[in-house]
Structures are given as structure tokens and as C-alpha cells.
Design a protein around this ligand. Structure first.
Ligand code: ZN
Length: 345
């Protein structure tokens, strides 16, 4: 992902909708006129995170300024989190229209620490080998949409010969794999459920808007969680349409999230490198993100329809979920199974 130009920065929108509780009490006092000020956390600013200079030096922001009505710039000391390592995150997206006429957009990031990455990768490829013993597991891609339902599987060049019990066994092995606590696999997910607009043109426009919003708020929440624990998030998404570059809207969201005081505060100076995009088959860990996104998205769909789940998202283990409440506020928390009934009673 290339860096942003000044012109592009001027056109960015600030997409974050969430103010964490811990910042609501923060005030600064103007030394000039003694007014007590509440920082405007979401007002657009130049990028507020740590930046890497061309020679590799990291430039951390020690303080920012809050403009007082009297004209004085009042310094605000920024948190300085000690960076103690990196954390890999592999992302995918799932989209479906529910039987009840809702659109469900789900973003997932599957994370692992660098120490366990190779072991996780090897073990995942071994599980794939169990499903198709005669093929090199790196030569084919796990795509749940093609594997899970019988009617889709029968049309698949890869999976049509596999019987349901073998599919279930494979999927259960993946559930066990991602939910084992000692693997340090951590799943982050943001399923967002929207009403469907009747007008086709409106629908296309709304979908674009909502994807942008879900994606940006998801990134924000993941940065807050990962940087907050002193880890540098190394994020890889699957590239669309055979081009290993970030889509325009994804770049907007990535840089838009950084263009406010809040970003500087929640990342605490931990550097967030630009996102990477890889083609399918270049990065097998992206297939685990496809798996989790399919499970979570399908579980949402079934819960809306009040049908029993055929893929239980509780089996993913503890997942860090984000969601929009019906009033538009952001939910975040760990749960086994998406807490659908709590959020949408
Ligand atoms: Zn003042």
C-alpha cells in the first residue's frame, strides 16, 4: 500500500464513530486563560500515528495541541506504549443477503504471533492435506462457499467428490485448530447487519458506504486492541480481482482512521505499517480468515431467520467481536459465538 499524498489527505473523511470510555474524562487546562478544554477527538487532523521516515527512523508523537478559544495551543501529552513485538493478522470479507432481507457484511482478521506463525501454517496445510490427500495443499484454496453446501460442492472442480461426513470432519478439525488456546490464534470479527434498500441504485451506493464504515471502524478497534497491548499489527488482506493492491476505498478508510487525535491516543505511538494485499494461494493463512468469515456470516444469517445453526460460531472459541448497536454505537467484546440476541433483542 503506497503512502497518501497531501491532496488525497484533504479529501479524506473521518470515519470513526466510537469514543472509548477511557478518553471521555480527559481535559486540559489552558495556561493562558485558565479555561478547561475537552479535546475534539474526532476532528480531522494530519495523520496522528507514528510515522517512518525515509531513512527508517520512527517518528513518535509525544504531544499534540488542543486549540483554545483564546487562541492558545494547549499541549496534550500523548500516551507512549512500549512496543514489545509484532502480531500478524490475515483478513477477509464475507457478504450475504439474509433470507429475511438483510445485508450482512462481515470482516474478519485472524491473528497469530510471529513465533507461532510457521507452526500454525504447517499444521493448517496438514489439515488441508487430510481433505485432499492427492493434492499439494498449497496448490488449492479453501473457499467455504464452494465446500460447505452440497449444491455448491457438487459444482466444484475441487470438492465435488468429497462426501458430507468428510467435509464435517475437516471443518471440525479447523474449529479445533483455531480455538486451541496455546496456538495464540486470535480471531477478530465485525459482522454488520443492515436493512436492504428496495431501490437497486440506492442499494449499491449504501452497500459501498456501509462496507467503508464497517471496515474503518473495524481497523480502528483492532488497532486499539493490538497496539494497546504493545504489539505492531502486520495486516494482510486478500487482493481482489487479481490485483495485489489496496482498493481505493480501503486506502481511504486506513488513512481516514489515522486522521484524528483519537488515533494517536489509542495507538500510543505503536507503529502501524500500511496494509499488505496478497493474491489467493500466496498466503494460506488468508484461507483461515475465509473460513471464520463464512462461519460467522452464516451464523448471523441463521440467527436472523431463527434457524438452528449448521456451523456453530461458538466452536471458533473466544472471538473479539465488533458490531453496530441498533442506535449506531459500536460494541466490542470477547464472546464465544456472536452475541446476536443481546445486541438485537
Ligand atoms: Zn485559553
Amino acid at each position: 500500500m503506497r503512502d497518501i499524498t497531501a491532496r488525497e489527505h484533504r479529501q479524506l473523511r473521518q470515519p470513526v464513530v466510537f469514543l472509548p470510555d477511557e478518553i471521555l474524562e480527559i481535559r486540559v487546562k489552558c495556561p493562558n486563560c485558565a479555561r478547561v478544554l475537552t479535546p475534539d477527538w474526532l476532528a480531522k487532523r494530519p495523520p496522528m500515528g507514528t510515522v517512518q521516515a525515509t531513512d527508517g527512523t520512527m517518528l513518535r508523537r509525544i504531544s499534540a495541541y488542543v486549540r483554545c478559544q483564546c487562541g492558545a495551543d494547549v499541549p496534550l501529552k500523548m500516551p507512549q506504549i512500549k512496543e514489545r513485538g509484532a502480531f500478524h493478522l490475515f483478513g477477509d470479507e464475507a457478504y450475504r443477503i439474509s433470507a429475511r432481507g438483510h445485508e450482512i457484511v462481515t470482516y474478519v482478521l485472524v491473528g497469530t504471533n510471529p513465533k507461532n506463525l510457521q507452526r500454525n501454517l504447517d499444521d493448517f496445510l496438514a489439515l488441508k492435506k487430510n481433505l485432499l490427500p492427492d493434492r499439494d495443499p498449497q496448490s488449492w484454496r479453501l473457499h467455504m462457499l464452494e465446500l460447505w453446501r452440497k449444491q455448491d460442492r457438487s459444482k466444484s472442480a475441487l470438492f465435488s467428490e468429497i462426501a458430507m461426513p468428510a467435509v464435517v470432519q475437516f471443518v471440525d478439525s479447523l474449529f479445533r485448530f483455531v480455538s486451541q488456546e496455546d496456538r495464540s490464534i486470535q480471531i477478530f470479527a465485525f459482522p454488520a447487519i443492515f436493512g436492504l434498500s428496495a431501490d437497486a441504485e440506492m442499494r449499491k451506493k449504501n452497500l459501498k458506504e456501509m462496507k467503508r464504515s464497517v471496515y474503518a471502524n473495524f481497523l480502528f478497534s483492532v488497532f486499539r486492541k493490538v497496539c494497546g497491548s504493545g504489539l505492531r499489527p502486520l495486516i494482510t488482506f486478500e487482493a481482489d480481482e487479481g490485483k495485489p493492491i489496496a482498493p481505493h476505498w480501503a486506502r481511504d478508510a486506513f488513512f481516514g482512521v489515522q486522521s484524528n487525535l483519537l488515533y494517536g491516543w489509542i495507538t500510543g505511538g505503536v507503529y502501524v505499517p500500511p496494509l499488505e494485499y496478497r493474491l489467493p494461494l500466496q498466503e494460506p493463512m488468508l484461507e483461515l480468515a475465509d473460513f471464520a468469515a463464512y462461519v460467522i456470516s452464516r451464523a448471523c444469517d441463521f440467527r436472523i431467520a431463527r434457524k438452528p445453526l449448521d456451523l456453530d460460531d461458538q466452536k471458533l472459541g473466544s472471538v473479539f467481536y465488533n458490531a453496530f448497536y441498533p442506535n449506531g454505537d459500536l460494541y466490542d467484546g470477547h464472546a464465544k459465538g456472536f452475541p446476536f440476541n443481546e445486541l438485537y433483542p
